[in-house]
Design a protein around this ligand. Structure first.
Ligand SMILES: Cc1cc2nc3c(=O)[nH]c(=O)nc-3n(C[C@H](O)[C@H](O)[C@H](O)COP(=O)(O)OP(=O)(O)OC[C@H]3O[C@@H](n4cnc5c(N)ncnc54)[C@H](O)[C@@H]3O)c2cc1C
Length: 493
């Protein structure tokens, strides 16, 4: 039985709990990301503990504010500050650390698989699905072995450390081919996440190289591979074109209408016949709904998203409401009431507001009030392209570039970042970077912290082991009177 749940959470098979009634309705929220965290906080604000018990399930003990991952990778924000710890941010909410592995909504139960130990089942009265998305990958030879995603804080830290480490190692490597391979960085996917990650990391890499006498700026090679004919589909063609121009001015190689065909052992082959070696391949080519939803009895659309109506209630293919089930964010097909026939794009701007709306709607359900529609007109898109550089499009028409867009990006996202604690830490970090310059050290050893200890460890001596084994087996040898061992020992004496 997990310790973190103060309200008892049933951990028996679903069939054993049929008909069990609860004094306080239990709302189980799957995923403690943007949707999960905002729904839980809003619910707790609206409902007292005697009105509802709220349980959030997530394998991580924190929510990640993904729009800040590129800045975390660039070192402009301390990686710890782009996450909001659940235990602090979710006061009055029970947190279960584990992965949801099955959803049986017809029985009102979910199966949770903890990091260690046996899976167990949790019952509920109302279910919120905020399981987000995972990287949408393709079966490209070498990708699984060579590539890294850019969706989690762990990946952002790993990409940063890896790139700074390659610069460090290349500076002491005289083999030109090896150096070129180490200093070639490939990003696949030209959407918001990919462009921001590429631009921020290229910026910090060039800044870092200024401190290395042995590496020329011209040796750094950044390559963007994008399957469609343009980048940043989230903004107008004009702003996308401007961004393209800015990135090209920074000597970033951009291949549009091009696909990654293979990258076995770091040998990159593109669909435009170009071939080169690279030790870094970052995959940012889109997302798909969390595949664990396939292990549920909830209705899904062709893209694997939970189908919902504008009230964020789960609905089946005919539009009938599935009672007691709600979903939002990247894992749900939420109708966009401002663009009839379309769905809200998978972004934090919507996920955060959908979370708040869902919290309000569920509170209404428990108070038998009317639910309201989720309706949000996109306020625009802001992207950071490195220190003091950015691009933004506000309210569809206002296009902003350069320093002002960069300020807008930071201002918008720091306000959207959950908890005052994190907002203040991020702003303090930014002030520190202005005064003390950016941090460029790579802590590569973090990824194998035991390496040095392993190397320093004295291996156990085989003779000692042998002697111990002999001592352990002695009684059984003695017991076998007349055995070759006994005869040998007699002869010896
Ligand atoms: C690099 C990057 C940059 C981005 N930049 C922007 C931007 O500038 N502007 C913008 O609006 N959007 C941006 N986005 C998109 C935005 O972050 C997402 O759309 C938003 O976070 C979606 O919220 P969500 O709650 O649906 O999913 P998430 O916030 O991803 O939350 C899903 C949660 O589910 C948990 N989970 C996963 N599997 C399980 C399981 N089996 N059981 C239990 N829990 C599980 C995860 O740990 C996670 O906490 C960016 C995304 C990335 C990756």
């Amino acid at each position: 039985m997990p310790q973190s749940v103060s309200t008892p959470v049933d951990a028996a098979p679903a069939s054993a709990r049929a008909g069990k009634s609860r004094k306080v309705p239990r709302i189980v929220i799957l995923g403690g990301g943007t949707v999960g965290l905002y729904t839980a906080r809003r619910l707790r604000k609206r409902l007292g503990r005697r009105e509802a018990a709220i349980v959030v399930v997530d394998p991580n003990p924190y929510m990640t504010y993904a729009p800040f991952l590129p800045e975390a990778a660039a070192g402009s924000i301390d990686a710890r500050n782009v996450v909001a710890p659940h235990r602090r941010a979710l006061k009055g909410v029970d947190v279960l650390q584990g992965k949801v592995s099955q959803i049986n909504h017809s029985e009102r139960t979910v199966q949770i698989t903890p990091e260690e130990g046996e899976p167990y089942w949790v019952t509920y009265d109302h279910l919120v699905v905020g399981l987000g998305s995972v990287a949408r990958t393709l079966p490209i030879p070498g990708l699984a072995e060579q590539g890294i995603g850019f969706k989690t804080v762990e990946e952002a830290i790993a990409v940063r450390n890896h790139i700074l480490n390659r610069i460090d190692v290349a500076s002491s490597t005289w083999d030109p081919e090896l150096r070129q391979r180490m200093l070639t960085f490939v990003f696949v996917g030209g959407g918001f996440a990919g462009i921001e990650a590429l631009a921020e990391i290229e910026d910090i890499a060039r800044y870092t190289v200024r401190h290395y006498k042995q590496i020329e700026q011209s040796e750094l090679r950044f390559v963007l591979v994008e399957g469609s004919p343009r980048i940043l589909p989230e903004v107008s063609e004009e702003l996308g074109g401007y961004t393209l121009e800015q990135l090209r001015k920074r000597n970033i190689e951009i291949h549009l209408s091009t696909f990654l065909n293979s990258c076995v052992d770091g040998h990159v082959v593109l669909s435009n016949k170009m071939e080169f070696d690279a030790e870094t391949i970052v995959w940012t080519a889109g997302v798909k709904a969390n595949p664990v939803l396939q292990k549920s009895d909830l209705p899904l659309d062709q893209l694997g998203r939970v189908t919902v109506n504008a009230k964020l209630q789960v609905v089946d293919a005919e539009g009938h409401v599935v009672p007691d089930a709600y979903a939002a964010g990247d894992c749900a097909a939420v109708p966009d009431l401002y663009n009839p026939g379309k769905f809200c794009p998978p972004n934090a701007q919507h996920a955060l507001r959908e979370g708040n709306h869902l919290g309000d709607n569920l509170a209404r359900v428990l108070r038998s009030a009317e639910l309201t529609d989720y309706k949000h007109k996109n306020i625009g898109a802001v992207a950071s392209l490195g220190m003091y550089k950015g691009v933004a499009q506000m309210f569809g028409k206002i296009k902003v570039r350069g320093f002002l867009a960069w300020v807008l990006h930071r201002t918008y996202h720091v306000f959207a970042m959950p908890t005052v604690n994190r907002k203040l830490r991020i702003m303090a970090g930014w002030t520190g970077s202005v005064l003390l310059r950016r941090e460029v050290v790579s802590l590569g050893a973090l990824h194998d912290p035991r390496a040095e200890f392993r190397a320093a460890s004295v291996p156990a001596k085989p003779r000692v082991v042998e002697a111990e084994q002999k001592a352990a087996s002695l009684p059984s040898i003695k017991a076998e009177a007349g055995s070759p061992a006994e005869k040998a020992s007699k002869t010896a004496s």
